[in-house]
Every structure is written in structure tokens, then in C-alpha cells.
Design a protein around this ligand. Structure first.
Ligand SMILES: Cc1cc2nc3c(=O)[nH]c(=O)nc-3n(C[C@H](O)[C@H](O)[C@H](O)COP(=O)(O)OP(=O)(O)OC[C@H]3O[C@@H](n4cnc5c(N)ncnc54)[C@H](O)[C@@H]3O)c2cc1C
Length: 429
């Protein structure tokens, strides 16, 4: 019987899971290495976007990445790193850049996103008070071809009621006069939402406390104790925290923790950057995706948030000014009122990336009472409530949930017997 749960990681995924399990009546403890939610969950664009249900590894990504490799301010940058796990990860990701894996990923993500918007609405009803906007989202492009690619991808979302309506440049400017003359085509996605992500994590934590969740902050988990296949406790600072069930939700740091539990998951950081503009140089009513530049612009109370870029190969939060300048340049190209000379004070966040671009949700192989909720790549805010629903349903043994969760199982990263044998033979072991 499961009476208590320990969740490692208090980002949006850990908090959403804690909230759900506390509502199920479990005694929940959240253990986090930091003092508050300082991870990617507080620093992101805040978009609730089922319409963007697409894995990062996509056909054509290799060519695009190679073209961008030489530019440090490009939307995608692979920092040269000799770390073997980084090299292995990049090779694995490239293998998934094919139409079959991409379409499989889109289908799985669309299904996972079926209830996303209604689950966010339910948070409000449950007393989670956060900055929540229902304006829909716009996508702006310099060319019609770029728009059509996104439109084609968005078609598969129609079955869950999310639409992308094509617009001309002028129609877009009627909605957002700040967009420049070079914007020639766009999409309007009326069902999408956005939030202030810092207010979301704070209000989830507040609501969890009201439901009796215990928080242990500033306690990095450094060890996992087991008796056979059963995890008995995690070591957090100098405290041993025990429970009936454990959930690894440590974002980009989940890989090393899963290794401690005997099953290393290939989750690597994908660093993103952003900044908040409070100067009022540009006013927007909708969140706007600056298509070719892959930059998200989000109107929040009192500021405009710019976020984007994907950088592999770095695992700290240091700021590379070239990457920030790339976002400023894109802002100026699409929104001419935005000053090209702007020198922002930026922030960075680490997205938990997986080689196939899909989250990792489900039981950790080799352990009877440990689950994983991580690897949400660019969609962690969007997928947080549904991930929590799945974890709750998996604990309850719900068969329908097992079906939905199948594409996300950690087991897909188990070494294939043939390969392990081959490696052993090569090593002469
Ligand atoms: C620039 C940018 C823009 C983005 N925009 C969006 C968006 O618009 N919409 C969207 O859906 N997603 C977006 N994302 C992605 C989203 O932010 C992430 O997918 C999501 O925040 C991941 O949440 P998490 O809880 O898994 O990880 P995190 O937020 O990183 O939380 C993990 C927590 O685990 C803790 N931890 C780590 N190691 C340990 C340990 N050993 N012991 C205990 N605790 C530990 C950390 O302190 C942290 O609090 C964006 C990301 C970035 C960087």
C-alpha cells in the first residue's frame, strides 16, 4: 500500500506531481537542492502550447544545425564538449531526426496534451492562483514557406481541438501593430494559453503547503538507499528521507540521480536564454513566436519576456552574451520598435532534453517503487499537470494510463542485449 511519496525536485513537474498526489491523499515530501524554484521552471516563456507538440529531433535538423554551428548567436548551438555522455547524446539525437520517429513523437505528444488546457483551468478552480492568460498565441514568419511548415505540423492537433488559422502579414499587423513589414505570413492559435511561470511555481508550492506537503529545500539528494528492488530512502543533505514511493523529477539533473538508482537515463541540459523588457518600447497583446528566429515573446504583467535559443554542451547557468544578442537581433528584425542596441540583463534555464525529444514518465526499471517524471524538453510547463495525472494513475494501476504513458517509458533507454554483448566482446570481457 502507498501512503507516502517523496518527490526529488521542486520545479514545475515535481510541484504539479506533489499537488496531484496530495489531492490523492498521500503524505508528500518534496526535496529540492535549491532554496526555491530557481530552475527552468521559473525561467521560461510560460507558454501552454499543445500546438507545439513536436519533438526537437526532426527531419532536416542536422542540416540546419550544421548551417548554424558557425554562428554563436544562432537559435541552435552545439558547444564543443569532450564529455562522452554529451557526445553519445548528440549522436543518439541525430539518429532520431527521421520522419518515422518524428511522427511517432508528434502522435504521442498530441495524445499527452489532450487535456492540458482543461487541467490548467482546474488549477484555478482548486485555488492555485497564478497569472494566467487566455489570449491565444500568434506565430509570425518572414516567408509563407516557413508558415506552411508549421501549419502542416499543427494539423495533427485538430483532433484534440487546437487549431492554427493562417493569416497574411497585414492581418497579423491588425492584431499586433508592432510587427514589422517583413512579416509576411502567420498563424493564429486561439486555444493556446500563457502564464507567468514564476507565479505558477510559487502558487503551486503555496497550494501544496495548504494540502500538507512537506518541503525540504537546500538539500541536494546525493544518495539512494535500497533493499533489493525496493528504494527505502534518499539522502538529502544530512537527512535520510524515507517513503513508500519515490519520484525523480530533478529536470536536467535527473540523469545522475537515475544513475544512483542503477538505471542511467540520457537526460542532458538544453540551455535557453531570456530577458524581461520593462521599457515599454514595444507593446503586444498576444504571445508571439518569431518563427524563423525561434524566439518566444510573452506579454506579462508589467513586462515583455523574450526567450529562446537552444544550446547543447553546457550545464551551468552562466550567460553567453552572444546568445542573448541573437535574441535581441531577432526582436529587432520582427518588431522594429525594439532597439537593436538594447543590452539586456539576461537569465538562463536548463531544459531537460532527451535524445528522442519525448518526456520520461513511468517506473524506473530495476526498482519497484521509483518513478521518473522528467525530460520534458521544451514543453515542461505545458505538460506538467498531465504528467502529474499520469504519475497518479500509474500509481493507482490504471490500465488506460499505462497505454498513454507507453511512449514515454524510461524502459525505452534500456541497453539492448545485443549491443551490450557486442560491447563486452569488443572489450574482451
Ligand atoms: C528559455 C526557455 C523557455 C522555455 N519556454 C517554455 C514554454 O514556453 N512552455 C513550456 O511548456 N516549457 C518551456 N520551457 C521548458 C520548461 O521550462 C522545462 O521543460 C521545465 O521547466 C522543466 O521542469 P522540471 O521541473 O522538470 O525541471 P526544473 O525546473 O529544472 O526543476 C528541477 C528541480 O530539481 C532540483 N534538483 C536538481 N538536482 C537535484 C538533486 N540532486 N536533489 C534535489 N533536487 C534537485 C532543482 O533544484 C530544481 O528545482 C522553456 C525552457 C527554457 C530554458
Amino acid at each position: 500500500m502507498t501512503d507516502s511519496a517523496v518527490i526529488v525536485g521542486g520545479g514545475v513537474i515535481g510541484l504539479a506531481t506533489a499537488h496531484r498526489l496530495a489531492c490523492d491523499g498521500l503524505a508528500v515530501t518534496v526535496v529540492d537542492a535549491a532554496r526555491g524554484s530557481t530552475g527552468a521552471s521559473a525561467h521560461n516563456a510560460g507558454w501552454i502550447v499543445p500546438i507545439m507538440s513536436a519533438p526537437v529531433p526532426a527531419p532536416g535538423m542536422l542540416g540546419q544545425a550544421l548551417r548554424w554551428m558557425a554562428r554563436k548567436d544562432s537559435p541552435l548551438y552545439v558547444r564543443p564538449s569532450p564529455r562522452p555522455e554529451h557526445v553519445r547524446f548528440m549522436v543518439r539525437m541525430l539518429r532520431h531526426c527521421n520522419p518515422r520517429d518524428f511522427h511517432h513523437g508528434v502522435e504521442a505528444l498530441v495524445t499527452l496534451n489532450e487535456r492540458t488546457v482543461s487541467l490548467f483551468d482546474a488549477y484555478e478552480k482548486d485555488g492555485v492562483r497564478f497569472e494566467y492568460h487566455r489570449t491565444g498565441q500568434l506565430m509570425a514568419f518572414h516567408t509563407r514557406e516557413a508558415m506552411r511548415r508549421y501549419q502542416a505540423e499543427a494539423m495533427s492537433l485538430e483532433r484534440i481541438g487546437h487549431t492554427a488559422v493562417p493569416l497574411s502579414g497585414d492581418e497579423l499587423r491588425d492584431l499586433e501593430p508592432a510587427l514589422g513589414r517583413h512579416v509576411r505570413a502567420g498563424l493564429r492559435c486561439p486555444q493556446e494559453r500563457h502564464v507567468d511561470p514564476a507565479s505558477l511555481v510559487k502558487s503551486l508550492e503555496d497550494r501544496c503547503r495548504e494540502l500538507g506537503v512537506r518541503f525540504l529545500h537546500d538539500r541536494p539528494v546525493t544518495g539512494i538507499r535500497s533493499r533489493g528492488h525496493v528504494v527505502t530512502s534518499v539522502l538529502a543533505g544530512n537527512e535520510e528521507v524515507s517513503g513508500d514511493l519515490f519520484v525523480l523529477a530533478a529536470g536536467a539533473h535527473t540523469g545522475p540521480l537515475s544513475r544512483l538508482a542503477g538505471f542511467p537515463l540520457p537526460i542532458q541540459p538544453g540551455k535557453g536564454y531570456g530577458f524581461d523588457d520593462t521599457s515599454d518600447s514595444v507593446a503586444l497583446r498576444h504571445p508571439v513566436y518569431l518563427g524563423e528566429a525561434k524566439v518566444a515573446v510573452t506579454p506579462l504583467e508589467g513586462r515583455l519576456r523574450f526567450a529562446g535559443t537552444m544550446e547543447f554542451g553546457s550545464s551551468d547557468l552562466s550567460i553567453d552574451v552572444h546568445r542573448l544578442r541573437g535574441i535581441v537581433r531577432a526582436a529587432h528584425e520582427f518588431l522594429p520598435g525594439f532597439p537593436s542596441t538594447y543590452r539586456p540583463r539576461g537569465w538562463a534555464g536548463l531544459r531537460p532534453m532527451t535524445p528522442d525529444g519525448l518526456p520520461v514518465i513511468g517506473p524506473l526499471p530495476g526498482k519497484d517503487n521509483m518513478l521518473v517524471a522528467s525530460g520534458h524538453c521544451m514543453l515542461g510547463v505545458t505538460l506538467a499537470p498531465m504528467t502529474a495525472e499520469l504519475i497518479s494513475a500509474l500509481i493507482a494501476g490504471d490500465h488506460r494510463a499505462s497505454g498513454v504513458a507507453r511512449p514515454f517509458t524510461p524502459r525505452r533507454f534500456a541497453p539492448r542485449p545485443g549491443r551490450t554483448l557486442g560491447r563486452r566482446l569488443r572489450r574482451g570481457g
